[in-house]
Design a protein around this ligand. Structure first.
Ligand code: NAD
Length: 321
């Protein structure tokens, strides 16, 4: 039986991925610096290891056929705009060491999770942006810290493939969302933060929105993301591929959709002093459609409803509601 390692298996995508791979009957090992926060892991084996250290990476990758490298020091815009040096250093160490561990252990496939944050800022200055194509990443002008590190690690994976023959699969995620994500504490992203604020609001209320609400994004539900990366690792395509959605909406619209799901009448109080990231960002997913025959199936409304219900239930459990 093929043995799979999911790093970052205590995190949002990692936890879902472990479940997804178990359903496909793989033997799965999960590794993280923390245990999964919201439910017990379904991995066959789970180890707490700090992957900034090479010896821990070598231990994690021992006897493994395929690695999905999800571990990263990351968070929403409030987090990644605050900690450039820390995030760059932590993630560069994890990625350099995991690739070296993959080489030393003779791993057969290596999937690296990059990000839309690699794309240049000047292509994302308007609300009504053109969707970002994979080749737009160069000439590079990535998001400081987190984005530049993602580009650096994409290249590291590419060089390891060229020099040592480890097949690399590089996926650029665009705003993946769903249950089991961070929804408070500073690492949460906009859909989860807005769900939390609306869940905590009264029937008729006002919530704080970061920025002026006119900034745009596209959002992809976790189940679609997993189908995408699984198709990619079965393929023979080794350049970066966007996995996301191409339905562009404003943050205002996002708030309105979630208010509708919650059945609440919510007005917005804008705080333009808070970090907002780029003005507009959308994913061009035509490459993934073409080479993988993949496209997202779950609508934004359906995905947000699932996530809202989950966050609402978490807040109830914690007696915050
Ligand atoms: P997450 O923060 O929920 O999961 C990352 C996990 O990595 C966490 O559980 C964390 O504890 C673990 N980790 C951090 N430092 C570690 C270390 N030193 N050793 C071992 N584990 C460590 O994030 P996620 O949303 O699940 O993201 C998964 C991957 O996808 C990350 O590489 C992230 O950068 C990338 N990504 C995610 C999105 C998204 O929208 N979720 C977008 C772009 C890229």
């Amino acid at each position: 039986m093929k043995k799979i390692l999911v790093t970052g298996a205590g995190g949002f995508v990692g936890q879902h991925l472990v479940k997804f791979l178990k359903k496909k009957n793989y033997w799965v090992k999960g590794v993280d610096i923390k245990t999964p926060e919201f439910e017990k892991t379904t991995a066959d084996s789970f180890e707490i290891l700090d992957l900034r250290h090479l010896d821990n990476c070598i231990k994690a990758a021992k006897g493994i056929d395929e690695i999905y490298q999800m571990a990263a020091d990351m968070g929403g815009i409030g987090y990644i705009t605050k900690y450039h040096a820390l995030v760059f250093r932590n993630n560069a160490l994890i990625n350099l060491n995991m690739l070296e561990a993959a080489r030393k252990n003779g791993v057969k496939k290596y999937l690296y999770t990059s990000s839309a944050c690699v794309y240049p800022k000047h292509l994302q200055n308007e609300e009504n942006v053109s969707p970002l194509k994979e080749e737009d990443a160069y000439p590079a002008d990535s998001e400081p810290g987190y984005g530049w590190e993602k580009l650096f690690s994409e290249l590291t994976a590419k060089y390891y493939m060229e020099d040592y023959g480890i097949p690399a699969y590089i996926v650029r995620f665009h705003n993946i969302f769903g249950p089991l994500c961070a929804y408070d504490g500073g690492r949460e992203k906009s859909p989860a933060a807005i769900c939390r604020k609306i869940a905590l609001a009264k029937k008729v209320d006002e919530i704080e929105v970061w920025g002026d609400g006119k900034q745009t994004r596209s959002y992809c539900y976790i189940d679609d993301c997993l189908d995408g990366i699984y198709s990619l690792i079965q393929s023979d395509y080794h350049n970066p591929v966007n996995i996301g959605q191409d339905r562009l909406i404003t943050v205002d619209e996002l708030v309105d959709i979630i208010s509708g799901i919650a059945g609440k009448k919510i007005t917005k109080r804008y705080d333009t002093t808070k970090p907002q990231g780029v003005r507009g960002r959308n994913a061009d997913i035509s490459l993934a459609k073409k080479i993988l025959g993949w496209e997202p199936k779950i609508s934004l409304e359906e995905g947000l409803e699932r996530m809202y219900k989950w966050i609402y239930a978490q807040l109830k459990k914690k007696k915050t509601l």
